[in-house]
Structure formats: structure tokens, C-alpha cells
Design a protein around this ligand. Structure first.
Ligand SMILES: *Cc1c(COP(=O)(O)O)cnc(C)c1O
Length: 607
């Protein structure tokens, strides 16, 4: 790992979401998890959903698209009015949106009607924070106007506090929201689905038991992502954990220098005239992150005794004289981030974002494998003594169970006649985990967007990713962001177009030539393991140039294939593998090589 990195502890996010959801449930409140702080990262959204949130809330279309493309079908709330030119996207992609302008609501209605839909809106009321919202005295006339629009439905009312005007939610202003909700209900003659009483900042009222009855929805981001660092400040709520998101960067200089700059003083890189206090000579460190990446004022070092002095566009200056343990060049140093710093860091292209699972050290992976094959492939496996060879490597080979689900801790090897065996292998693997990566070795992409039976083999990957008829049985566990294609040599123009649009990562033969297999696999494993609980490996012999069979095919070499499989074994995250093309008609040399690659993936060493 090198370079600045934000690590996101998905276990903490899930637990925080659960704590917030259960506290809210006691008050009859449903929680929408706000993912905008992590740019709509699907892994974070899924962690929130596992924690029990009723839906997701987002402010940006790009983020909503990321969520939807990764197969998340939970209700999504749009937290901000769209520009008038993008209302169609709102109707198409979100379940409910927050609105405050009749002109935009009218356009929403017009478009929704044309699409044969009714779009749900939450009408925002400004209770004094002076950001968005209808002014209370205009509320009922606005509602009357909206009631005449056939393509929208007022599904709720809501308010936003503590944002622009820094106005705190109180019993009083949220009591007003509930009163406004009653008035709207009387006027519309219908009960509102949502009385949405704000964000994380409303949680303290709830915990104090003074949140007005009648509020039934909160949109919570900060408390789940940051553990209430800003919501609870001096009085932390002990049911949620901080530091789910941490920023880590590298120390690139440590030197003893004066604390006051020397020479004639002018302006710094950002046009300010800084003032320095003379503290004598101090040990100063520089880290490789700056104002281009993050809000420096929002960084709190997690190493005792380290103080942030400031920064320029690419350098962070720290006083490390009192650091404990001492800081030296080459160290990685971590920071807690304010919400603003996190937003900036998550948006910076220069910072790697790495969702992590807390690894359960108490449950070592048992070495057990089941082998599932169709009749013909089964014959080939048996002839090559596959089970015995795995046993010789220390695996217990167990009988396939009678369900398709793979119990946790059990590896699976699937073999079949053609690429369709990948689908059954993947189906078993998704049963064992809530999020799965895929490393796909093939000369072809199998991304044809066709559902026709005779072309099924050519669209296996598109089917697996739910790109043919929308999210399929492997969603949401399998998401394009965790899928890597290695060794691609052929793709039809249609496949190439689908690949470009998807979030799948592709390493073509040209990429492998340029980067080398070792680097390709380092990146591939990173993608397949980011935020997942393991990955599936799908191997088609056509990717490898095997002497006497596919001479001159331009595929990866036998040695490169072994190198790739050895990297997989070393990673330890493989939970399932499939090999296709195994029939008795297959050239002996190919089936021999293919099975020796399998052995490498399962951890066979030469010595
Ligand atoms: C960002 C946002 C939220 C979530 O705020 P947190 O402080 O992260 O809980 C809720 N509602 C609206 C309208 C927002 O823009």
C-alpha cells in the first residue's frame, strides 16, 4: 500500500447503523442512511442496509447511479432538488425526492405523467436554518398548487436544520414541523408517509426523549459514518463508534527546524499572511497530502503528541517533537477526519478508498473443498486425480451438499463443459457471503447483451452482473466494481461498449504486456477484495497459450498463468473457482495444464 488512503471500516458502519436504527425504532422512526459522505460507495450503502436502514439518501446523481449500478434496489431518497433539466433522471432513478420549488415540482409532474408514473416528493419546510424549504406561511398555498399536479404525490414533509444557519433542532422547531404535517394532512385528506425531522443532529433530542411525537423519519449520515464526532461533540453517545473512516498518508520528511520561518514575510501559496509563534527548534514532519486533497483544518492526528501546523497544496506540515511513538520517514500516519475533510478526501482522485472488514481472527479458514462437476467434466477431473491431489495438499474433500449454497469456510471447485459453469459456481459463492469479487480469466468477455438460449454462453458474464435483464440472482452481492477481467483478447463492438459503460475493470493482453502479470494481479486482487468477503475465480483455458494446442494465439503464457494463480493462493481470499471447457474431447495437454493451474490457485507450491 502506498500513497494517501482512506480506510473505511464497514463493520463499524454496520454496527453504527444498527445502533441508530434500533434507537429510532423505539421512537417509531425509520432511518434513511445518508451515503453522500462516502460518495455513494456501494459497499458502505450495503453495510448500512445490513445495519437495518429502511432506505438510502443521497444528494448526487452520480452517487445514486453508483448505488443502482451495483445492484442496490433499496428505496433511494434524493436529498436535494434537481436542476430543472434533470428531473427525468429523478423520476427514473429515485423513489422519493425532497422539493421546495413549485416550478421544479411542476416539471417533475409533467415528466412523470409522460412516463406514466407518479413521483413521490417530500416538501421541505424552512424552520429557520435558511437553506432550502418553503417558508411556513406559504406552505398551504404551495400544497394546494401541488395538489393540482397529477404526476407528483406529496408523500411527506421534512426540514433541514444545522446546515447553513447552524440552527439546532429543538423540541420547538421540530414541534412546528409536526404541526405543519397535520395541516398538510388535513388539506390533502391523506396521511403522510414521511414526517422527516432532520439529520444526525436530531438524534440527541431523540436520546433525551424529547423528540416531538409524530416525526417518523430521519436521514442519518454523520452519526453512522463518523460515529457522531460532530453530532455529539462533548457528550459522545456510547452506542456508536468513531473512526470508521480514517485517513492514512506517508511521512516523507522529518527534520529539526525553527518554528518561525526565516526571511521577509509575504503571502503563502493560498494568498494568506500567516503568523507564526516562536517555539524554538522543533521536530517537524511532512506527509504527502495537502489542500488539493483534504480540508487540513479537519484533520486530527491519531498519533499522540502530533500537531498539524498547516499545509500547502501537496504537503501537510506537522510538529512531531512530542510524538509518541516517535515519527520517522517512511512511517504511515493516520488521522481522524471532520465531515468536511472526509467529503473532500472521498472526492479526491489522488486518495485511494479502501473499505475493510474487521477480520475475525478467531475463525481461521478451514481447508475444506467440495468439487461439483457435470458428468463429462467430472470424468476429466477424476482421470486427473483432482480430489487426491487436493487431499495431498492438505484439503479435506467433502461431498457436495444438497443445497446450492456454500457454507462459510468451505471452498468450492466447479467444472463444466462451457462458460455456463461459472454461473453455478458464482451462485454457490454468493450464498456464502454478502459481497463477492470476481476475477475472470478468459480471452473473451462473455458480455454479449443477449438472453437468447443459443447465445447464453456468450453472455454469461453479462448475466452474472445483471446487465441483461436488470439485477439478477447474483445481485447485490456481485457488483461490477469488484469484477476484473484478465487476458481479454476479443470483444465485439457491442461487448466493448457494455464493458466501457460498466464499472468492470479490464486488463487486456496489451495491459498485461505493458504492466506485467505481477502488477496486474496486485491490482486485480485489490479490486476483487475491496469491501468484499472473498472472491470467485473463473478460468477458461482459452486465455492461456498452451503449446501444441493454441500456439500463436497471443494468450498469456503458461508461466504467467501460474504466476496469477499463485498470487491468488497467496492472497487467501478465494472462496470458489470454476474451470470451463473440460470435456473428454479436450486435448490432454490442455486438461493437464488447466488442472495444474487449479492446483496453483489452491496453493500448490513447487517446494
Ligand atoms: C446531508 C444531509 C443529511 C444528512 O446529514 P448528516 O449530518 O450527515 O446526518 C440529511 N438531510 C439532508 C437534506 C442533507 O443534505
Amino acid at each position: 500500500m502506498s500513497g494517501p488512503q482512506v480506510t473505511i471500516d464497514l463493520g463499524r458502519i454496520e454496527r453504527n447503523a444498527r445502533a441508530v436504527v434500533s434507537a429510532c425504532a423505539a421512537g417509531g422512526i425509520k432511518v434513511f442512511g445518508v451515503t453522500k459522505g462516502t460518495c455513494g460507495m456501494p459497499q458502505v450503502a450495503r453495510a448500512m442496509l445490513r445495519g437495518g436502514v429502511a432506505g438510502l439518501a443521497e444528494s448526487r446523481f452520480e452517487n445514486i447511479r453508483r448505488l443502482r449500478e451495483s445492484g442496490i434496489s433499496a428505496p433511494v431518497m434524493l436529498l436535494r432538488s434537481p436542476p430543472i433539466t434533470r428531473v427525468e433522471e429523478v423520476v427514473r432513478t429515485v423513489d422519493v425526492s425532497m422539493q421546495s420549488e413549485p416550478a421544479i415540482i411542476r416539471e417533475l409532474s409533467r415528466i412523470a405523467e409522460r412516463m406514466g408514473k407518479v413521483h413521490d416528493i417530500i416538501l421541505m419546510i424552512d424552520l429557520g436554518d435558511l437553506r432550502e424549504g418553503v417558508w411556513p406561511k406559504d406552505l398551504l398555498p404551495t400544497v394546494e398548487q401541488i395538489l393540482a399536479m397529477k404526476g407528483v404525490r406529496i408523500a411527506g414533509v421534512g426540514t433541514n436544520l444545522g446546515c447553513f444557519g447552524a440552527i439546532m433542532p429543538t423540541e420547538e422547531n421540530l414541534g412546528q414541523l409536526v404541526a405543519h404535517a397535520y395541516k398538510v394532512e388535513r388539506l390533502t385528506g391523506r396521511q403522510l408517509d414521511y414526517v422527516s425531522g432532520g439529520a444526525s443532529s436530531s438524534l440527541p433530542l431523540l436520546l433525551d426523549g424529547v423528540l416531538p411525537a409524530g416525526i417518523n423519519n430521519l436521514r442519518v449520515g454523520e452519526a453512522i459514518l463518523q460515529g457522531g464526532l460532530e453530532t455529539f461533540r462533548e457528550l459522545p453517545w456510547d452506542k456508536i463508534e468513531r473512526d470508521a473512516c480514517k485517513l492514512t498518508c506517508d511521512v516523507i520528511e522529518v527534520k529539526l527546524k525553527p518554528s518561525r520561518p526565516i526571511g521577509r514575510s509575504g503571502y503563502d501559496a493560498f494568498g494568506n499572511q500567516p503568523v507564526f509563534v516562536d517555539e524554538g527548534d522543533r521536530l517537524r514532519a511532512i506527509a504527502n497530502i495537502g489542500r488539493e486533497d483534504v480540508l487540513i483544518e479537519g484533520l486530527v492526528p491519531l498519533v499522540k503528541g502530533v500537531r498539524v501546523l498547516g499545509g500547502s497544496s501537496d504537503h501537510l506540515l506537522m510538529d512531531v517533537s512530542d510524538a509518541e511513538p516517535p515519527v520517522s520517514v517512511g512511517d504511515r500516519i493516520s488521522f481522524r477526519m471532520s465531515y468536511g475533510a472526509m467529503l473532500a478526501a472521498m472526492t479526491s482522485e489522488y486518495i485511494e478508498k479502501t473499505p475493510l472488514h474487521d477480520v475475525d481472527a478467531a475463525a481461521p479458514r478451514r481447508k475444506m473443498v467440495q468439487i461439483v462437476a457435470d458428468a463429462k467434466a467430472g470424468g476429466v477431473l477424476a482421470r486427473r486425480g483432482t480430489g487426491e491431489r487436493l487431499e495431498a495438499m492438505g484439503y479435506d474433500v467433502v461431498e457436495p451438499g444438497d443445497t446450492d449454497r456454500l457454507p462459510a469456510g468451505l471452498l468450492r471447485l466447479t467444472a463444466g463443459r462451457d462458460r455456463r459453469s461459472a454461473l453455478s459456481g458464482l451462485a454457490a459463492a454468493v450464498g456464502a457471503t454478502h459481497s463477492l469479487g470476481l476475477i475472470w480469466f478468459d480471452s473473451r468477455a462473455a458480455m454479449a447483451a443477449t438472453g437468447e438460449a443459443e447465445a447464453a454462453e456468450l453472455s454469461v458474464l453479462a448475466q452474472a452482473l445483471g446487465l441483461v435483464d436488470g439485477p439478477g440472482p447474483l445481485q447485490p452481492q456481485l457488483s461490477p466494481e469488484n469484477v476484473v477481467l484478465v487476458g481479454l483478447r476479443e470483444a465485439s463492438p457491442a461487448e466493448a461498449a457494455i464493458l466501457k459503460q460498466s464499472r468492470v475493470t479490464v486488463f487486456t493482453m496489451a495491459d498485461i504486456d505493458a504492466l506485467g502479470m505481477r502488477d496486474v494481479m496486485r491490482q486485480a486482487l485489490q479490486i476483487a477484495t475491496t469491501g468484499t468477503l472473498g472472491f470467485h475465480v473463473s478460468y477458461s483455458p482459452s486465455v492461456t497459450e498452451i503449446r501444441g494446442w493454441a500456439d500463436g494465439s497471443g494468450g498469456i503464457t503458461v508461466r504467467e498463468t501460474h504466476l496469477a494463480m499463485e498470487a491468488i493462493a497467496l492472497n487467501g481470499g478465494m472462496i470458489s473457482m470454476d474451470v470451463s471447457g473440460l470435456t473428454p474431447a479436450l486435448d490432454e495437454r490442455v486438461s493437464t495444464e488447466a488442472l495444474s493451474f487449479v492446483m496453483s490457485a489452491f496453493g500448490k507450491r513447487i517446494l
